[in-house]
Design a protein around this ligand. Structure first.
Ligand code: PLP
Length: 421
């Protein structure tokens, strides 16, 4: 294939797509410059359309825990593709993946496959509402749960808040059904449950919040959320679209020792193909159609090729794999932290390069810290390292980030660091 310049492709893309992209953060508006068009990728590396190679620390935002184009996954996908791309009917590959998921996440008694994280969350909330007969939901400022109407919501004014839309096009009436509490704010959490606990269908949280940087919570905050939801009959949903199968076989729930009622997954369970999943308690999942009255469906749900990619991925995720990834990630975080002023909060293989320390809530992130990240993004890109194009995003490591990659990264960091002294 001939090389077409990155810039020329982006100019054309601007004529086709809003911002030239299929998803906003890819547009590089936060960090400036022209987005990289990926031509091909393998392991921890990709080549752009200008023919330059980059070390990838974004990894498609999380699915690629084994790296790009892992041979075992490609083989499984090829075998599945040769038997048909989609059936719109049950197939044995859904069962194989479901069995594997149950061995890794024991609290999942029943589940439903969908095609994205957004869809998983939207469907889990509907199930919770159907199960409890209540309409209101609770979310936490700084957690992202996909782009469905009721979740593009921030805290409104007032003591115990009714949400206000964060996006045009979200009806006020829908946003108001979402209450929003700040992370790490136990007092407001207590007050919210005492004032409206009996109205809440569900409380949803990223147990390892990783969409506004990495806002690691005190264990007692999450533990108290578990107690309050149980006390008030509120369905606790862990959104593990990022943390699921990444921070441990059983995700954040396993590492924190807290069992939610439902959980949502995406990313890794599709091994790079579009998949989402919601599941958990058998009685709650029992409300989902056709067993129960909560409608939810999908033409491509349980797609056999995606199931094959997901299963081939999960099969590689042994305890030894996680132990190795953890050790590697500590070395990468230490390398990041050699940049003057940079701290690198980390949880498993999720890293947040941040020019600030000790942040647990979204409103604590300083503008200057993000400004410094934007400079770092450009400096590292010049050195052949691709960070997620926003200071509010975490970097993702994979099994393919080995010694050679770490050496390349350290060289890039050493070249970029003096500008931050
Ligand atoms: C925690 C969380 N939930 C939900 C979503 C939405 O998933 P998707 O982009 O597949 O719709 C994301 C996406 O990044 C996420 O990080």
């Amino acid at each position: 294939m001939d090389l077409v310049s990155n810039d020329a492709l982006f100019q054309e893309a601007l004529t086709h797509f809003p911002g030239g992209v299929s998803s906003p953060v890819r547009a590089f508006r936060a960090v400036g410059g022209t987005p990289k068009f990926f031509r091909k990728a393998s392991g921890a590396w990709f080549e752009d359309e200008d023919g330059r190679r980059f070390l990838d620390l974004c990894m498609s935002w999380g699915p690629l825990i084994l790296g790009h184009a892992r041979p075992e996954i490609l083989a499984a996908v090829t075998e599945s593709m040769n038997e048909g791309l989609t059936f719109g009917a049950p197939s044995r590959r859904e069962l194989a993946l479901a069995r594997k998921i149950k061995t890794m996440v024991p609290f999942i008694e029943k589940m439903r496959f969908v095609s994205s994280g957004t869809e998983a969350v939207m469907s889990a909330l509907r199930a919770a509402r159907g199960f409890t007969g209540r309409d209101r939901i609770l979310k936490f400022e700084g957690c992202y749960h996909g782009h469905s109407d009721g979740l593009l919501v921030k805290a409104g004014s007032g003591l115990v808040t009714f949400g206000a839309p964060t996006s045009a096009g979200v009806p006020k009436g829908i946003a108001e059904l979402t209450s929003v509490v700040t992370l790490d704010d136990l007092d407001t959490l207590e007050r919210t449950f005492s004032e409206m606990g009996s109205e809440l269908a569900a409380a949803i949280i990223e147990p390892i919040p990783a969409n506004n940087g990495l806002l690691l919570q005190r264990p007692e905050f999450l533990q108290r959320l578990r107690e309050l939801t149980a006390k008030h009959g509120v369905v606790l949903i862990f959104d593990e679209v990022i943390s699921g199968f990444r921070v441990a076989p059983g995700g954040a729930a396993e590492r924190l020792g807290i069992t939610p009622d439902l959980a949502t997954y995406g990313k890794i369970i599709g091994g790079g193909m579009p998949v989402g999943l919601y599941g958990g308690r058998r009685d709650i999942m029992g409300v989902v159609a056709p067993d129960g009255p909560v409608y939810q469906a999908g033409t491509l749900s349980g797609n056999p090729v995606a199931m094959a990619a997901g299963l081939a991925t999960l099969e590689q995720l042994t305890p030894a794999f996680y132990a190795d990834l953890e050790a590697k990630a500590a070395a990468w975080a230490a390398a990041f932290a050699t940049i003057p002023g940079l701290h690198c909060p980390r949880y498993g293989s999720l890293l947040w390069p941040l020019f600030q320390d000790g942040v647990r809530r979204s409103d604590a992130v300083k503008g200057e810290a993000i400004g410094s990240f934007n400079r770092l993004h450009k400096a590292l890109l010049d050195q052949g390292v691709y960070l997620p194009p926003s200071g509010y995003e975490v970097a993702f490591l994979s099994g393919a980030h080995g010694e050679a990659e770490l050496a390349h990264f350290k060289r890039a960091v050493a070249a970029a660091a003096p500008a931050f002294a």
